[in-house]
Design a protein around this ligand. Sequence first.
Ligand code: AP5
Ligand code: MG
Length: 221
Amino acid sequence: MASWRDDINLIFFGPPGAGKGTQAKKLVVEREIPQISTGDILRSHRRGGTDLGKKAQGFMDEGLLVPDQLVIDMVDERLNDEDAQAGYILDGFPRTVAQAVALDQLLRTRSSQIDKVLVLRVPDENIVGRIVGRRMCKACGSVFHLEFQPPAVQDVCDACGGELYQRVDDTAEKVRVRLNEYAHNTEPVAAYYQQRGIVAEIDGVGDIDAIYQRLKSALDE
Ligand code: AP5
Ligand code: MG
């Protein structure tokens, strides 16, 4: 059993398709801490037709980042939930330096901090195939891939039997926009945390379980 505290606060960081969601879901099961995915929360606002969902929709469909303050307020609210009081995995947040600065402020008011940032490194040439072949469950958000992680029954979620769908931003064209956003706005966030010595770089290419073992080793260090 790993030696790190159960109430550890983590950031899973990396480009679109790096495997943040896939790996976070494995750690959630093992460690019983929640995955806080800003992408998943925004998609649920869209489905629910909330004001936030309506404001975010255009940006998301184009592969662009949603304005900082909308996402920061959303995370602020989520961090108050009961299940986030004993550790969590932030997935897809922060992804601008302004969001990282705001997160520091949110955590200071809670006398809390980020303990580790796990950066999944995957080259661009692997990303497009991962994204275009991804399928997600409408009901529970489980992640699949037509080739690399196929469901047992076509278009049906292994976990809950829900219907699988393809995200509107999971096209080759939108992936290029998202990779550009990542390079210009998100990658600098890694340097922000590197200055604190809390970043672990993980090779995100290869077998999903092998990457999970690398990730757990990094947490034990
Ligand atoms: P979000 O949902 O966060 O998307 P993303 O960051 O682009 O990341 P992905 O979810 O695409 O990739 P992932 O790393 O989770 O990969 P996964 O595990 O699914 O954000 C969507 C949009 O919301 C943004 O564009 C923006 O508009 C908005 N947004 C969200 N957060 C925001 C923020 N903080 N600020 C502003 N805007 C924000 O894996 C991908 C595929 O690869 C799957 O099919 C999987 O099965 C497969 N796979 C995984 N691992 C492997 C492996 N080792 N080998 C082969 N295949 C693999
Ligand atoms: Mg994801």
